[in-house]
Design a binder for this molecule. Structure first.
Ligand code: PLP
Length: 502
């Protein structure tokens, strides 16, 4: 879906795993509900009953998506809150019963699972964080071995939001049932996309904005058998069977309900359509040198593709893809500045994690979107690959001319910056210079800036300016001075280099 807005081309949206556009029919429904007379679903009068009727109709739509009884759905503000309520609520209830409860989860879970689990650790709960295999899957035997007396919850993502890897829920459920341990599933990325049935599951979280509904509304399914094993975390007027206090957001809930119904209606057709789009994209990208699929090749959701492009620098790759809106495993994209812990857990090193792209598709994605994505990634990748350390030193045309050439390099892939200059010499002066660079766009720009100043200079006394001057010339922030120093190191190596006949 590429929309023209005020004559400007809006980038193709390929970030459905972060949030999906609201379905027009859902937006319309929400507007209708907002325009109705006021009514609090908890109130006794007619207006309150009207709001309650809307909420209960939506509750039935939401429940139907996961094969649940409507009475077992608790509305929350989204999957983050659902995960917190499921995990903290269950562990605190176990703490209240005495003893030292134990919670098991996976290293590649969403932060809204890992953070409450870590917080519980400081509150007297034992925690086991299992590692997935290199394809991202949790092995059922690994899980079984981690269960012990006192294990009060296993929390597992159904579909991973970064890689699209889909866990074998049936196998995990068998292990949990055998050991009588309740299972919590974060189904934010699978609800409405993969078949889901809550039979046997104690708790299941999902959220409206990943499936065409509005942001800020989600649900937690609580199995009747688990209701006595979970404590409310938000206290007040006892809404949602005492599990989540707060006035119900009628318009949000109505939108969520309709989004669930629409998602259920088109699920199978959409899954096949998105799978075909995703596969077309992967077939076009997999032959790019250094391309590696992240996650299991088959056990995956239809709409998510995560690829590492080894040997090209992530920030430059991302910066070049101006016509696409997508996510990366790179520092510049994830505001934390850290490489993706999910990709690291799958065995990618820091540089590889940062050179990864996640494309996620959904209801408004089109064949044209994929064509745009393929062309953009191929274009930027080719540009970066041609100057990457994986390529031979570019000496074409220098054979037999002048005095020969000299090389100078500095930095390393694992540091995120690497630079190599090659200079053709004539009478001790630089006749022509070339550069290969693996680094951020600022580093690349500074290399080009330096390169333009080398011809004509004596090799013994190169004076292309100072790192600070280059930084200012390419308007790089002060933090990039370190990268500029690597360029200076490469030039110093060039001066010390051995002259070789080309
Ligand atoms: C988006 C997402 C969440 C958080 O959902 P919110 O409704 O934004 O709080 C949790 N888990 C997964 C797997 C997600 O993809």
């Amino acid at each position: 879906m590429s929309i023209e807005q005020e004559g400007r081309r809006v980038p193709v949206y390929l970030d459905y795993a972060a949030t999906a556009p609201v379905e027009p029919r859902v937006a319309q429904r929400m507007a209708e509900v907002l325009a109705m007379p006021p009514g609090n679903a908890a109130a006794n009068h007619a207006a309150g009953q009207a709001a309650q009727a809307l909420v209960e109709a939506a509750r039935a739509q939401v429940a139907a998506l996961i094969g649940a009884n409507p009475a077992d759905i608790v509305f929350t503000s989204g999957a983050t809150e659902s995960n917190n309520l499921a995990i903290t609520g269950t562990a605190r209830a176990a703490l209240a019963r005495g003893g030292k409860p134990h919670v098991i989860t996976l290293a590649t879970e969403h932060k809204s699972v890992l953070e409450p689990v870590r917080a519980l650790e400081s509150q007297g709960v034992a925690v086991t964080i299992l590692r997935p295999d290199a394809s991202g899957l949790l092995d059922a035997a690994t899980l079984a071995a981690a269960i012990r007396p006192g294990t009060c919850l296993v929390s597992l993502l159904h579909v991973n939001n970064e890689t699209g890897v889909a866990q074998d829920l049936a196998a995990v459920l068998r292990v949990c049932a055998e050991h009588h341990v309740p299972l919590h599933v974060d189904a934010s990325q699978s609800a409405g996309k993969l078949p889901l049935d809550v039979a046997g599951i104690a708790l299941l979280s999902f959220t409206a904005h990943k499936l065409g509904g509005p942001q800020g509304i989600g649900a937690l399914y609580v199995a009747p058998a688990h209701r006595g094993c979970i404590q409310a975390q938000q206290l007040g007027g006892g809404h949602e069977r005492g599990l989540r206090a707060g006035t119900l957001a009628t318009h949000q809930i109505a939108g969520f309900g309709l989004a669930c119904e629409l998602a259920a209606q088109r699920r199978e057709v959409e899954a096949a359509r998105l799978r075909a789009l995703r596969d077309r994209l992967w077939l076009a990208l997999r032959d790019l040198p250094g391309a590696m699929l992240n996650g299991h090749p088959e056990a995956r959701a239809p709409g998510i593709l995560n690829v590492t492009f080894a040997g090209v620098e992530g920030e430059s790759l991302f910066a070049g893809l101006e016509e696409l809106t997508l996510s990366t495993g790179s520092a510049c994209n994830s505001r934390s500045g850290e490489p993706s812990y999910v990709l690291r857990a799958l065995g990618r090193d820091t540089a590889q994690a940062q050179s990864s792209l996640r494309v996620s598709l959904g209801w408004a994605s089109t064949d044209d979107d994929i064509s745009t994505a393929i062309a953009a990634v191929q274009r930027v990748h080719t540009l970066l690959w041609n100057q990457s350390p994986a390529r031979p030193v570019p000496l074409q045309g220098w054979e037999g001319v002048a005095d020969g050439h000299v090389l100078g390099e500095a930095g390393a892939l694992r540091l995120g910056t690497w630079v190599r200059f090659a200079a053709l010499l004539e009478n001790g002066r630089v006749k022509e210079a070339r550069v290969q660079v693996y680094g951020c766009p600022h580093t690349a720009a500074a290399c080009r800036h330096v390169l333009a100043r080398l011809p004509g200079q004596p090799l013994a006394a190169l004076a292309p300016g100072t790192p600070e001057e280059w930084r200012v010339a390419v308007t790089a922030p002060v933090e990039k001075l370190g990268q500029m120093l690597i360029i200076e190191d490469a030039l110093a190596a060039l001066c010390r280099g051995q002259i070789t006949r080309t």
